[in-house]
Design a binder for this molecule. Sequence first.
Ligand code: NAG
Ligand code: NAG
Ligand code: NAG
Length: 208
Amino acid sequence: MTPIFFLFAFLLCTINSHVVARDFCVADLKGGVTSVGYPCKSPTNVTIDDFVFSNFKVGTSNQFNFSGAYAIVDNFPALNGLGFSIARAELEEGATIPLHAHVDADEVVIAGPGNYTTGFISSDNVVYIKTLTEGNIFVIPKGLLHFGFNAGKGKISTLYVLSSEKPSTQIVDLALFGSKLDSSIIQKTTFLDDAQIKKLKALFKGSG
Ligand SMILES: *[C@@H]1O[C@H](CO)[C@@H](O)[C@H](O)[C@H]1NC(C)=O
Ligand SMILES: *[C@@H]1O[C@H](CO)[C@@H](O)[C@H](O)[C@H]1NC(C)=O
Ligand SMILES: *[C@@H]1O[C@H](CO)[C@@H](O)[C@H](O)[C@H]1NC(C)=O
């Protein structure tokens, strides 16, 4: 009696889970984002193309002299609900990814050929820094300030996986010198001198 009951219960669960299973929730971007993400596109309207991102190509260099490609839920709806996104950067010789933090995402760095120096600063101000090369993977814990730069000859390419489908990114230089924060307040709060602040505001297009 008992084994038959369990078998029956098992079958019921299996059938039931088959009925309620949802394998994916491709974002319906037209549905509008809410605090829990995008609504799911109707499965009957999902096609193979929803799972392929075709624009993972870097554009022209930005003001930091690196170029990036970003696959996040807003441009790759298949990532909806999966909790990760992917980025790629190409750094010319000498180029830098400036000090920044993702408060909502841990980061995995996958190094390519060449020498990529990267590091983070823990909340107790210990510096963890390493020059990576092909075959190296590095982890940057959520929320910590970090950076990277091309430490070798020629152009390099790096890959990143972040544990959020739409990670936030706060870049220190832009927060300070690309914003409207008044120069006198920047001076007061960072102890930098006015000439340096004005120079960086001109570079990063800040006002105030
Ligand atoms: C599927 O897509 C078509 C065309 O965009 C749309 O008219 C239709 O409402 C969609 N079906 C569902 C079930 O969302
Ligand atoms: C980017 O490169 C240009 C030309 O080499 C240089 O003038 C500029 O200062 C660089 N920007 C940064 C943020 O290093
Ligand atoms: C990377 O660093 C190693 C060790 O210093 C050096 O031998 C190599 O030439 C460097 N590679 C590039 C592309 O700069």
